[in-house]
Design a protein around this ligand. Structure first.
Ligand code: PLP
Length: 365
């Protein structure tokens, strides 16, 4: 299979798809990441032969040798994106080309074989078309797509794997937070950092998540919903949450978000919100923001809102910040106006309720 025939996937229909009545029962209240569709995509890579054997088939378990590289050295990357229902019953992806590019960059950082971007986009499009009945229709609901790649060479020696499986699975999801996003309380991680200069912070790899879980568990123990990480060098500048980027809103109407210097995951939601904020006439700075500054600005009222953003939860207001040395409230402690406006602007484009001036919506049917 070459890049030119990336659109060819062998299709083997699931002989035992879930009955429509059972599927509809699951779609009533799907939660997040526990309801899976009938099919999956796989494409295999081996050194010398390249990407081949692209197929869409019944979702099933992998049969892997216990000495498979991914189990030992964590050569694994993934993406997260959604297919949205459109008002006329159609469906669309949002900026799939951006996910494809980031997936390629993640692969290169983890010394994995990069999947051609066109193949990535086509694989996701095809899976959504095949499993279209699994796209929920409720407000805020979507079909969450999880493309990922694992190293599959059987070897305990340490080197980049010669073989890979790329796979896409899909999960019907409800609104991440039921009943609209409540403001979350963040725990400032002083014991742990997420990513250091030269590390894998800007790659979307499972290893980054594994490294963040102890910090997230600490946040939970402290009664906070999410952890927020500081930079690994000075332990001073705010970087991001475990799986979401962060924005600050000031009383002059301007916004600020930490710059992409290699330790922060380049979120597509982050990038889209920067563009939408500028479309609304707001100033957006990509500049470092120190945690002490954040506290002082929140206390003085110069900072009026803060929010986290990512594909899964879209835009989540930050109400409070706690830490060994910190305890402050942002604005009223609830969802702010600018936050709400930006969230609505993004959701309206994604769900086809507003014009799409930047060509972000990729209609599938
Ligand atoms: C995926 C991810 C984000 C958000 O990226 P989106 O493209 O907006 O979904 C932010 N931070 C981390 C660590 C992530 O893994």
């Amino acid at each position: 299979m070459t890049e030119s025939d990336a659109k060819t996937f062998l299709f083997e229909k699931n002989p035992k798809p879930l009955a429509a009545s059972e599927r509809e029962a699951l779609l009533e209240n799907p939660g997040f990441g526990r309801v899976f569709t009938d099919h999956m995509v796989t494409i295999r890579y081996s050194e010398g032969r390249g990407w081949q054997d692209g197929r869409i088939e019944a979702r099933r378990a992998f049969d892997l040798d216990p000495a498979t590289v991914v189990f030992h050295y964590a050569q694994e990357i993934f993406e997260g994106m959604k297919a949205y229902r459109l008002p006329d019953g159609g469906a669309a992806l949002f900026r799939p080309d951006a996910n494809a590019r980031r997936f390629r960059n993640s692969a290169l950082r983890l010394a994995m074989a990069p999947l051609p971007e066109e193949m990535f986009v086509e694989s996701v499009r095809e899976l959504v078309r095949v499993d279209r009945d699994w796209i929920p229709t409720a407000d805020g609901a979507a079909l969450y797509l999880r493309p990922f790649m694992i190293s599959t060479e059987v070897l305990l020696g340490v080197k980049p794997s010669s073989d890979y499986i790329y796979c896409v699975i899909a999960s019907s999801v409800g609104s991440y937070f039921k009943g609209g996003a409540p403001a979350v309380t963040l725990w400032v991680s002083e014991n742990y950092t997420r990513a250091a200069p030269g590390g894998t912070g800007e790659a979307k790899c499972g290893g980054n998540y594994a490294a963040s879980l102890a910090a997230q568990a600490e946040a939970t123990r402290e009664g906070c919903e999410q952890v927020i990480f500081l930079d690994a060098v000075e332990r001073r500048y705010v970087e991001e949450l475990g799986g979401m980027n962060v924005f600050f809103v000031f009383d002059d109407g301007s916004l600020q978000t930490p710059p992409l210097t290699g330790t922060i995951l380049p979120g597509i939601t982050r990038d889209s919100l920067i563009t939408l904020a500028r479309d609304l006439g707001l100033t957006v700075r990509e500049e470092p923001y120190a945690i002490d500054r954040w506290e002082a600005d929140a206390k003085s009222g110069r900072l009026t809102e803060a929010f986290a953003c990512g594909t899964a939860a879209v835009v989540t207001p930050i109400g409070k910040v706690k830490g060994r040395k910190y305890n402050f409230t942002i604005g009223s402690g609830g969802a702010g106006q600018v936050t709400g406006k930006l969230k609505a602007a993004l959701l309206d484009i994604q769900n086809g309720r507003a014009p799409d001036p930047h060509g972000w919506v990729d209609r599938l049917f």
